[in-house]
Design a protein around this ligand. Sequence first.
Ligand SMILES: [Zn+2]
Ligand SMILES: [Zn+2]
Length: 207
Amino acid sequence: MKIEHCVVGPLQVNCYIVYDDESREAMVIDPGNNADEILDIILGLRLQPRYIVCTHGHFDHIGAVSAVKKKTGAAVVLHREDLPIYEGAQDLAALWGFSMEKQPAPDILVAEGDNLSIGENTVTIMHTPGHSPGSLCLRHNNLLLSGDTIFAGSIGRTDFPGGSLEAMKQSFRRIIDLPAETKLFPGHGPLSTVADEREINFFIHEL
Ligand SMILES: [Zn+2]
Ligand SMILES: [Zn+2]
């Protein structure tokens, strides 16, 4: 499995394009903005996106879902507990002074332990509430796409509607208990590893 990425939108979201080399099947994670740039990568690599996965429903992670779905026909995937946040994302965007078109309803609502396949690769959903009630991470072998749950050295805010510091503590614990060599692909900022986060993440002292 391979991972491409681009940084999209005013809040600098990492949009990842995860794909299988053989079959060219792909999933687009958090297409928050800049649909043209995302579609250029898909076209350039001759990929066939099967899924558009939103790690959570905040506007900065979903703004290009509609455009990418229209061009690729991929199924939109969201954790069931973030549906109200996804559906109300335009309002949160407006509150922040941004505008966003209405996004299509998710095609697949997932939960802890559900699997998504691209080619021969299976990606497993980890439900990691805290930043939002339905925040999810995607796991494949030693790779974890971690959304806004964990960043290099920090964590996602827990003070948005539906956020929970207590839930974040449990989700964070699950992530740093993964094998040390696990590579982290966060929703914002640089990549990291579980080994590095055990050393540098401030939140480890808050558990
Ligand atoms: Zn967020
Ligand atoms: Zn975000």
